[in-house]
Design a protein around this ligand. Structure first.
Ligand SMILES: NC(=O)C1=CN([C@@H]2O[C@H](COP(=O)(O)OP(=O)(O)OC[C@H]3O[C@@H](n4cnc5c(N)ncnc54)[C@H](OP(=O)(O)O)[C@@H]3O)[C@@H](O)[C@H]2O)C=CC1
Ligand SMILES: Nc1nc(=O)c2c([nH]1)NC[C@@H]1CN(c3ccc(C(=O)N[C@@H](CCC(=O)O)C(=O)O)cc3)C=[N+]21
Ligand SMILES: [Mg+2]
Length: 287
């Protein structure tokens, strides 16, 4: 048996094509949607990610602006920039690339972004709205994972889903979104004692840990869907996820690769949230 590949790159492309058509329509009667990305310091991985986001914006017709700040930028200076962008009507979405230098409090920064411009979906107001089920921007990575499972019509209702990892940006919102789709959800983390036992009971496994081979073939129920969020470098310096993809693919029913899986979908959902922020903004202004 061999798992079906959930091609995040192809799905992201189709999401982007849909957004591009929408944006072209908007531009006939108004301005393009605008995203400002803030990068503090010179973390090489962050530079690559930010470049990819900027390129993705231009592909779908979103106007993007990159604010590059030196690593020594004070928290007060960053907050002042955010206040300026909050008040700028040409800015629909604001993204501050994480991680930030250690002298800056990430949560403080996230809460300073206006919730209606927080296209990452990290602000407490958005997290609260999503948990309560009243709307709000969804965290892009788990939102992308849901779209990937839906793209293969995976039946989530009543399925047992195991989320490995409990960060605010991936694991926790992932659990909430799976619950919203009527899955029975288990969340595992570094203190979990019986990971293999839990994994063997799961119909869906989402691995969001940041360590190579956390999920191995002996942990996977035949036919299960395995979604790999991890972004790691292996001993040869090659990009890899948290799943032993080659071996797990022999057991699983569906598997998402790294690269070409969750990563491109995260960016696609960021673009989707930005277009949504723009639409909501125009609606408010026209009222
Ligand atoms: N593709 C994409 O778009 C994205 C990919 N990522 C990648 O996803 C991974 C996770 O990111 P993020 O959530 O920010 O990471 P964090 O480091 O914030 O969280 C990792 C989680 O994994 C748990 N954990 C650590 N070791 C184990 C273990 N051995 N068994 C079970 N759980 C464990 C931790 O537990 P505890 O809470 O107890 O410490 C923690 O909850 C990273 O590789 C990151 O690069 C992240 C965002 C987007
Ligand atoms: N404010 C903020 N928002 C984020 O969404 C955010 C962040 N900070 N900090 C870092 C993480 C990580 N993240 C990724 C997005 C896309 C890929 C991606 O496109 N990956 C490609 C490969 C990229 C490569 O070749 O290195 C792939 O998986 O195919 C990866 C990782 C977003 N994050
Ligand atoms: Mg973290």
């Amino acid at each position: 048996m061999s798992a079906k590949i959930i091609d995040g790159k192809a799905l992201a492309q189709s999401v982007r094509t849909g957004l591009k058509e929408k944006v072209e329509q908007f531009k006939l009667s108004s301005r393009a949607p605008g995203l400002t990305v803030i990068l503090v310091g010179d973390n090489p991985a962050s530079q690559v990610y930010v470049r990819n986001k900027i390129k993705a914006c231009s592909d779908v017709g979103i106007t993007s602006k990159l604010e590059k700040l030196p690593a020594e930028t004070s928290e007060a200076e960053l907050l002042a920039l955010l206040e300026k962008l909050n008040a700028d009507d040409s800015v629909d979405g604001i993204l501050v690339q994480l991680p930030l230098p250690r002298h800056i409090n990430e949560q403080e920064v996230i809460e300073t972004i206006r919730a209606d411009k927080d296209v990452d979906g990290f602000h407490v107001a958005n997290v609260g709205s999503v948990v309560t089920g009243i709307g709000g921007f969804r965290s892009c990575t788990p939102y992308g994972v849901i779209k990937m499972l839906e793209s293969v019509d995976y039946p989530l209702t009543g399925a047992h889903a195991l989320v490995i990892g409990r960060s605010n940006i991936v694991g926790k919102p992932m659990a909430i979104m799976l619950l919203e789709k009527n899955a029975t959800v288990t969340v595992a983390h570094s203190k979990t004692k019986n990971l293999k036992e839990l994994a063997l009971q799961a119909d869906v496994i989402v691995a969001a840990v940041g360590k190579e081979k956390v999920v191995t073939a002996d942990m996977v129920k035949p036919g299960a869907a395995v979604i790999d969020v991890g972004m790691n470098r292996n001993a040869e310096g090659k990009l890899c996820g948290d799943v032993d993809t080659e071996e797990v693919a022999k057991v699983a029913g569906y598997i998402s690769p790294v690269p070409g899986g969750v990563g491109p979908m995260t960016i696609a959902m960021l673009l989707s949230n930005t277009v949504e922020a723009y639409e909501r903004r125009l609606q408010k202004i026209s009222q």
